[in-house]
Design a protein around this ligand. Sequence first.
Ligand SMILES: [Zn+2]
Length: 257
Amino acid sequence: MTKPAKPAALQVDTLMINGRAVPVHVRHNPRARRIIVRVDLTMGSVEVTTPSKSGARRAMQFAAQQREWIAERLLRVPSAVPFRDGEVVPFCGEDHLIRHVGLRRPAGIKSGPVWRVTHADSDAMPEICVTGHEDFIQRRIGDWMRNEARVELNERSLFHAEQFDVRPARITVRDTTTRWGSCSPTRALSFSWRLILAPSYVLDYVAAHEVAHLRHMNHGPRFWALVREGIPHYERAKTWLEVNGPGLHRYGIATTD
Ligand SMILES: [Zn+2]
C-alpha cells in the first residue's frame, strides 16, 4: 500500500463551517497527549487526533468547539482547480493549459472530445483541448484523465509484473483520497487516477510498489529490495509524493461558482 504516513481514520465526518461541509478525519494516536485539531492546508480538510481509540465522538465535539479557529485557517487553503477553460493543470508532471475549442472537434482530430497538443518547436505551454458544451468540460476532461491513468498504470503494472514474475488478478483506477495504490489479498491492484498528474517516474514507482506486494505483503527489507530492482532510485519518487502528493487533490474538483 502506498499512502501518506498517517493512521487510518477512526471516523470521517463533516463539520458545517460558514455554510460549507468541511470533511473531518478523526485519527487515533496513542502517543498524543490530548486531542489535537489541525487544518490540512492542501486538502482543505480537518484532522483531529485523539489519544483514545474510543474517543471519536468526544474528538468531533472538540473540533466543533474550534469552529472559529478552523474557519480562519481554511481561508488560507489553496483553492480548488476545476477542469475548465483557461486553468493550468499538471499532466505527467508538466503544466498544461486547458483550452475549450468550441462545440465541435476540428477537422484532423481523430478521436474523442479531449486531446493533447504539444508544441515541440516553441516554449509554449502544452494544451489539453476539449470540445462540447461548457457544462461538460469538467466531466470530459475527468473521464479522459482517468482513461489516460488506466492505460499508463496498466502498462507499467504489467511491465513490473513480468519483471517480478507475478500476475495481478485485476487492475483498477479509482478516485481514492487516502491511498495512491493498494494491493488486495485477492491480487487485485487499485490506483488513484491522480497519479497521471504526477511525473511519470512517480506513477511508475507506485505501480512497481503495488506489484511488489504480490510477492511480499509487507514493507519488510525483502519488499524494498524488490522495489529497488524495478525502480533503482525509488526514494526520489517517494519524496516527491510526500511533498507534492497532497496538492494533487486540488485538481478536477467542481466548484459551485
Ligand atoms: Zn505498500
